[in-house]
Design a protein around this ligand. Structure first.
Ligand SMILES: Cc1cc2nc3c(=O)[nH]c(=O)nc-3n(C[C@H](O)[C@H](O)[C@H](O)COP(=O)(O)OP(=O)(O)OC[C@H]3O[C@@H](n4cnc5c(N)ncnc54)[C@H](O)[C@@H]3O)c2cc1C
Length: 490
């Protein structure tokens, strides 16, 4: 006899785990399955030889009042994981044109009354540029929601061109766009950028979680079980079962399960094109789904160090030539690998000392690349990144006990199947670009009875993990409404 549930969630990434935890807490009989042995998806926390670490650099924004804090509170699980927002959180390092040195300044994870002093210090803006800079920040931080919604179709680069901004600030905003959304600044949708910028300005960025970033997904899974649901890890959904235009359950490599509602965290394209199957959708929806564009990828190196080399939890390095616009992405795709790039480095033990053996450290370094799991230039980019790390932090290599290189192929294997050529290794999910944001964002409710998408492809907004959690909250609300409607019209 197959087990019956009210809702099945495929995937315990941040989006799926959030959604399943909320549904179970609200009294819905929920099954959560994931193909991996640990929940967390792209934000998974691993354990090895006394270290706990994410597979790549992960840190979250907003710091305060995030979706994570709201969900923990609803689940009554605040004592299980502490939200970490250190005073000295981010070392920003900028190299201006004409200088061969990076200069750095450290900022907090939560805004202070003094304002963004670390940023202003590192950019060293000329006094005459400040009034225009102030005009931009005032416009962005105070823009009402209705006005923001009108900027779905304007790229962030075009929006910024309405101001006479100094090059260092443009370079910072280019770096911010590529690190926060992992898309080129001249494709990023301004509505998405401004909403997130407002959140970060109000509540900070650079949040982390005690026990590792992915600990949050582990706690959400515990909550599913505490509330009468079931979590099956090492269980891959092979197919979503469909009868008469509606889902009826899933077939996995660990059994068949029935439910009238299936929520998929496996990615919109894999869900439609592989799990449910093309035959259940009309041609125009299929061509829309196939044409959706993923974010870029992040690839890099994990360094395991014999001593605590880094002083801060996070490092962001940039210069005028390092952030990505579409022209620079095209050059990279043509095999022209830059010598200088944006480098993102997270040191988990600087957030939570228990994450490394005493006297050791792990540094997770990454830079941007295409989403293709079969990246042709991975080797060349790893080598240039390693050389760049040596320039940025001389002496670090002498402390390296071991290192591991990761790329988009690892991201795809861990999280989403590549069902469209060149896709699957994306860092975030669907790209937050013009044409795919705000009112153009794919609906989280599929055009197939009882099927929903959750995670970074639909239903949320914001930076990576926050977008996934936001989607988890919103899709849980949608499912509760769907359930109510079904109960009413039965
Ligand atoms: C290198 C890198 C660096 C990043 N840095 C940051 C950062 O600093 N800050 C930030 O906020 N975000 C960051 N992100 C992005 C962030 O991690 C993701 O956007 C977010 O975690 C995605 O969550 P999700 O719920 O959409 O899905 P995913 O994390 O993709 O999870 C999907 C889950 O579904 C499961 N699954 C898929 N198919 C099946 C199937 N058929 N059967 C069963 N299970 C299945 C997978 O195993 C996985 O657990 C980074 C991502 C990467 C790759």
């Amino acid at each position: 006899m197959e087990e019956k549930y009210e809702v099945i969630v495929i995937g315990a990434g941040i989006g799926g785990a959030t959604c399943a935890a909320l549904l179970a807490r609200r009294g819905v009989k929920t099954l959560l399955v994931d193909k991996n042995s640990i929940p967390g998806g792209k934000a998974i926390t691993m354990a090895k030889q006394g270290f706990r670490y994410e597979l790549w650099p992960i840190s979250g924004g907003p710091s305060l009042d995030s979706r994570f804090a709201q969900v923990l509170a609803e689940l009554g699980m605040q004592s299980e994981v502490e939200i970490l927002t250190p005073q000295e959180a981010v070392m920003m390092m900028y190299r201006s044109a004409g200088s061969d040195q990076y200069r750095g300044s450290v900022g907090p994870a939560v805004p202070t009354p003094q304002g963004p002093t670390a940023l202003l210090e590192v950019l060293a803006l000329q006094a005459e540029t400040l009034p225009e800079v102030a005009r931009l920040f005032a416009d962005i931080t105070q823009m009402p929601a209705q006005q923001i919604d009108q900027l779905d179709d304007v790229t962030f680069a075009d929006f910024l061109s309405r101001y006479r901004l100094p090059t260092p600030l443009l370079s910072y905003l280019g770096m911010w766009s590529t690190i926060v959304f992992v898309v080129p600044i001249d494709a990023l949708a301004t509505s998405e950028a401004i909403k997130t910028f407002q959140d970060f300005t109000r509540s900070g960025a650079a949040r982390y979680h005690s026990g590792g970033f992915g600990r949050m997904a582990e706690v959400f899974c515990q909550s599913v079980e505490r509330n009468g649901g079931k979590v099956l890890l090492k269980t891959r959904a092979l197919r979503i079962r469909v009868e008469n235009g509606a889902v009826t359950g899933i077939v996995t490599d660990n059994g068949t399960f029935a439910a009238p509602i299936v929520v998929s965290n496996a990615g919109l394209q894999p869900t439609v094109l592989r799990l449910a199957g093309e035959e259940h959708f009309d041609k125009s929806y299929l061509s829309y789904v196939k044409g959706l564009i993923p974010s870029l990828g992040i690839m890099g190196i994990r360094y395991f160090l014999s001593k605590p080399f880094f002083d801060y939890p996070m490092y962001l390095t940039f210069s005028d030539s390092a952030y990505l616009d579409t022209a620079r992405v095209a050059k990279m795709n043509a095999g022209e690998i830059p010598d200088e790039m944006v480098v993102f480095n997270v040191v988990p033990a600087r957030y939570d000392a228990s994450l490394a053996p005493a006297g050791k450290q792990c540094a997770l370094v990454g830079t941007l690349c295409a989403a293709d799991p079969e990246l042709p230039y991975a080797e060349a980019l790893w080598n240039k990144l390693d050389a760049m790390v040596e320039r940025l932090w001389p002496g670090m290599h002498a402390c390296v006990e071991s290192s591991e290189r990761y790329s988009t192929s690892h991201v795809s294997r861990l999280t989403r199947d590549a069902v469209v050529p060149g896709r699957g290794g994306e860092c975030v999910g669907l790209a937050q670009i013009v044409g795919q944001c705000g009112r153009h964002k794919p609906s989280a409710r599929a055009p197939l009875g009882g099927l929903f998408y959750v995670g970074c492809d639909a239903g949320g907004y914001g930076c990576g993990t926050h977008q996934a959690a936001d989607s988890g909250v919103n899709v849980a609300d949608m499912v509760m409404r769907e359930r109510l409607v079904r109960a009413t019209v039965r």
